[in-house]
Design a protein around this ligand. Structure first.
Ligand SMILES: *[C@@H]1O[C@H](CO)[C@@H](O)[C@H](O)[C@H]1NC(C)=O
Ligand SMILES: *[C@@H]1O[C@H](CO)[C@@H](O)[C@H](O)[C@H]1NC(C)=O
Ligand SMILES: *[C@@H]1O[C@H](CO)[C@@H](O)[C@H](O)[C@H]1NC(C)=O
Ligand SMILES: *[C@@H]1O[C@H](CO)[C@@H](O)[C@H](O)[C@H]1NC(C)=O
Ligand SMILES: *[C@@H]1O[C@H](CO)[C@@H](O)[C@H](O)[C@H]1NC(C)=O
Ligand SMILES: *[C@@H]1O[C@H](CO)[C@@H](O)[C@H](O)[C@H]1NC(C)=O
Ligand SMILES: *[C@@H]1O[C@H](CO)[C@@H](O)[C@H](O)[C@H]1NC(C)=O
Ligand SMILES: *[C@@H]1O[C@H](CO)[C@@H](O)[C@H](O)[C@H]1NC(C)=O
Ligand SMILES: *[C@@H]1O[C@H](CO)[C@@H](O)[C@H](O)[C@H]1NC(C)=O
Length: 759
């Protein structure tokens, strides 16, 4: 999944002096940057590369003269990376100097030249005559060193990519490690490892002209085509594993990049060998998928999620790479299928509000493939061939990504997907440029996963400003497919408060969703207090069988309603045919230009959902809201229950409950959260439960084992049938706040909530 893990420690001491020097230099050199770097003096002392000087693509010292920042050029905004992989921004002390997001080549220090290939009437099969064709044409390679010299982000990413390429080159050939079985998770990880290596090496080759990168790539490609007799690499002729078509598509994309980016470096024999591997192991299966109705592995042609994007993208890149060289006509034939199919399916994955149809993590796979395919079409044919406009709300999926990003991890409901390897969020840069949404590009450039070859070409150094400037703290995603809301106390201070809650339909999520209407996450003080259990075992029996009510998928704890942060009625699963409705209110608070933001005391937001259909007609309203200037959270359930209920929340915290049973004290990562049951109905009290299936649950499929959830406690409230208003107040114990700084909200029915109902 996305979370990079706590691999780097928070380091706040990098900012100050460096930023001051940057501003001074910028002014001194008369660069007239819209730099707006914070000249904070609140923190001091340069770190000695503690956050790795750009080798991670996000932190970096941001200081001129450092490894990652060309001298005299503005540093990066983010000064370090926190334990969750998020950028840490210096704190402003005075008037902010961050400007509004913009992409303005006219006033930029440096930007890309325009593409000399501007066909009058672009055609899918008329490609540019020079190489490379895919993603990065030669005019961009020619310009790149000049851009790197004037842009700290590009400079840092370039260094990181070289570092990664060097590490990969020193490693062994990729092993054909099968995950589960070929027809289960197959060799998708293997394919993505080959792809990330190949694109890094191809980048390093083109930037250095050092042919040792070509030689190392060749060894890998001979191996991954099954032609290295010393290593087993799959079934001959089907080495790329068409039964799990994603694998085949990712291998094809890897070979396409190698073929195209190293075109001139290959001998004729090598180039021909690569072409035949692309044809025989990749594209020929694509033709079968599109033309043979009896073929069982082409089901992805009619679904809207990541499978359609990845499969069409890999086939398209393979076809574009060899078009003209291919004597069989297969490449042109493939293009006649993939582009229109991706527009009808892949491009439709974001719903009308931008939410990705699967989950927040699958967004990465889907948007990366969409971006690779679209970018390849643009550079090779001179047109996006209609990809960007195929879904009028595709643009909004960038906002989805920003709001689903919490202060710790994502609001990572549902399945999280396999390892990412070659996948990242750099599509945000391409979308930012095309849709004129500079915020997307600015957001992504500070992220840990930005250092990757595609990003070098999708990023436009003419972008400037602060992505958080004038950006609303809250957003309501209102499509009934996935109704949900996101609320926070700041965009630039991830030590604050973040909540997100979902309702929406439970089906049509490509069997990656959970039965989780009403599910929520809560972050405060850099801890996730209410969290998700994530994926189960993808290779478990019938895990992906269906989204039907009686699907075996819903017998697994992590997928069932009991494994979510919501309420259980009669220990039953929610109704898969539910169509909950939502309501949302926000003070509309937006952060200003400064990284320092004080929440106004009347700033608030709420999201309520009518979950009556989710519970088969039992009247049930759930609401969550910010209180007290976004320092506290109220979660309320108004239910008239005909059978017993259990309020449930999963946490990694240590839980201790007072004798009255109305206050639970949660400890996590050295922080404390007080959870209070206010206006408690008679008999209502907190308890803890184990995160395991109930003995009365329908049996698991034969041979199945449920995933354990070590370290997780269920905070619960168990009650018999009855009419209740359960009001749970979350009081994070913020440093510097005393008990009198917390409020106790009035009791208001969820249906009567307004922006001022809890003042
Ligand atoms: C590239 O290298 C950086 C710095 O060592 C590391 O954090 C990152 O995970 C590497 N990226 C990939 C895709 O391996
Ligand atoms: C890119 O990074 C490599 C490795 O650090 C370095 O040798 C090269 O000079 C950099 N390229 C440019 C144009 O700065
Ligand atoms: C390599 O893959 C084979 C399966 O093809 C597996 O048996 C073996 O354990 C793997 N080796 C390593 C080092 O992962
Ligand atoms: C690599 O070769 C190209 C084409 O000859 C040239 O333009 C470029 O400057 C060379 N790059 C390096 C780093 O030597
Ligand atoms: C691998 O071998 C097959 C069969 O001889 C050949 O068609 C293909 O071009 C080879 N590919 C590579 C990369 O060596
Ligand atoms: C894309 O979305 C962004 C963010 O909402 C917005 O600023 C921009 O105007 C949109 N662009 C188009 C073309 O819709
Ligand atoms: C517990 O922590 C792990 C590791 O950070 C995380 O993946 C998981 O979502 C957390 N579980 C909960 C219930 O918060
Ligand atoms: C949501 O589910 C309801 C009930 O199953 C269905 O009628 C409706 O069409 C679904 N909405 C969408 C957008 O899929
Ligand atoms: C709702 O009805 C479905 C279908 O009968 C059933 O499987 C499910 O357990 C019920 N859930 C609740 C919460 O009543």
């Amino acid at each position: 999944m996305a979370k990079p893990g706590p691999h780097r420690t928070r380091n706040l001491i990098v900012a100050g002096t460096a930023a001051v020097i940057i501003v001074a230099l910028a002014l001194g050199l008369g660069l007239g940057l819209g730099l707006k770097h914070n000249n904070s003096s609140s923190s001091a002392a340069a770190s000695s590369g503690g956050s790795s000087g750009g080798s991670d693509g996000s932190g970096g010292s941001g200081a001129p003269g450092s490894q990652s920042s060309p001298s005299g050029v503005p540093g990066r905004f983010a000064v370090a990376t926190d334990t969750w992989g998020h950028p840490i921004y210096p704190t402003a002390t005075g008037t902010s100097q961050y400007s509004a997001p913009t992409i303005d080549p006219a006033s930029a220090i440096v930007t890309w030249p325009s593409d000399p290939f501007q066909p009058q009437s672009p055609s899918l099969t008329q490609v540019r005559t020079d190489r490379p064709r895919l993603i990065a044409p030669s005019y961009k390679w020619d310009a790149l060193p000049g851009l790197i010299a004037k842009d700290s982000y590009l400079a840092g990413w370039n260094a990181t990519i070289f570092g990664n390429a060097t590490v990969y080159a020193a490693g062994p050939l990729t092993n054909y490690s099968i995950d589960g079985g070929l027809g289960e998770s197959g060799v998708l990880d293997v394919a993505r490892q080959v792809k990330v290596k190949v694109k890094s090496w191809a980048y390093a080759y083109r930037m250095s002209n050092d042919s040792s990168w070509v030689d190392r790539t060749w060894d890998e490609l001979v191996n991954a085509a099954g032609n290295n007799s010393a290593n087993y690499f799959g079934v001959e002729g089907d080495n790329w594993n068409d039964i799990h078509f994603l694998d085949l598509a990712e291998f094809t994309a890897a070979y396409a990049i190698a073929y195209d980016w190293m075109y001139d470096a290959w001998s004729d024999d090598q180039r021909t060998a690569l072409m035949w591997s692309i044809l025989n192991l990749g594209l020929s299966y694509g033709v079968t998928a599109y033309t043979d109705a009896s073929y069982g592995n082409g089901w992805w042609r009619s679904v809207n999620g990541n499978w359609n994007c990845v499969c069409n993208s890999g086939l398209t890149m393979g076809a574009l790479a060899i078009l003209g060289d291919d004597p069989t006509g297969t490449a042109a034939q493939i293009l006649s299928y993939t582009v229109s199919n991706a527009q009808a399916n892949c491009a439709q994955a974001p719903s009308s509000d931008g939410t990705w149809s699967e989950t927040a993590n699958y967004w990465y796979f889907g948007t990366m493939a969409f971006a690779e395919m679209t970018s390849s079409l643009m550079t090779a044919t001179g047109s996006d061939q209609g990809m960007f406009d195929a879904n009028p709300t595709f643009n909004l999926t960038g906002l989805y990504h920003m709001y689903v990003t919490g202060m710790t991890s994502l609001f990572n409901y549902g399945d999280c997907g396999p390892n990412k390897y070659s996948t990242n969020a750099n599509g945000m840069m391409l979308f930012g440029e095309h849709y004129n949404a500079p915020r997307y590009m600015l957001f992504q450039r500070d992220q840990f996963d930005a250092a990757e070859p595609w990003g070098m070409f999708w990023y436009d150094p003419a972008v400037s400003g602060a992505w958080w400037e004038d950006l609303a703290l809250d957003h309501y995603f209102d499509d009934e497919k996935n109704t949900w809301a996101s609320m926070r106390s700041s965009w630039t201070d991830n030590t604050g408060l973040y909540i997100a809650m979902k309702a929406g339909n439970l089906t049509d999520h490509q069997t990656h969703g959970d039965l989780d209407s009403g599910d929520f996450v809560l972050d405060a003080m850099e801890q996730r207090w209410a969290g998700e259990l994530g994926s189960g075992d993808y290779d478990a029996p019938y895990y992906f069988s269906s989204e039907a009510q009686n699907s075996a998928r819903w017998t697994y704890y992590r997928k069932a309603s009991e494994g979510q942060n919501t309420l259980l009625l009669n220990e039953d699963n929610q109704n898969v045919e539910a169509s909950p409705t939502g309501n949302f209110g926000s003070s509309g608070t937006a952060q200003g230009a400064s990284t320092e933001f004080t929440v106004p005391s009347d700033s608030t937001a709420f999201f309520t959902a009518d979950l009556t259909t989710t519970y088969n007609g039992t009247s049930f309203q759930r609401g969550i809201r910010m209180l007290n200037g976004r320092k506290q959270v109220l979660l309320q359930d108004d239910i008239n229950a005909p059978s017993p209920i259990i309020w449930r929340m999963h946490t990694n915290a240590t839980v201790s409950i007072d004798t009255a049973g109305t206050t639970a004290t949660l400890s996590l990562g050295g922080q404390t959260m007080s959870v209070q049951l206010i206006n408690a109905p008679s008999g209502a009290a907190f308890s803890t439960m184990q995160p395991v299936r109930f003995p009365t649950d329908p049996p698991l499929p034969a041979g199945a084992v449920d995933q354990p959830n070590p370290g997780v406690t269920v905070l619960a409230i168990q009650l018999g049938a009855g009419q209740y208003s359960l009001q749970v107040l979350f009081n994070p114990q913020w440093p510097g706040l005393s008990s009198s700084d917390y409020v106790t909200p009035p009791s208001v029915a969820v249906t009567a909530w307004t922006l001022t109902s809890h003042d």
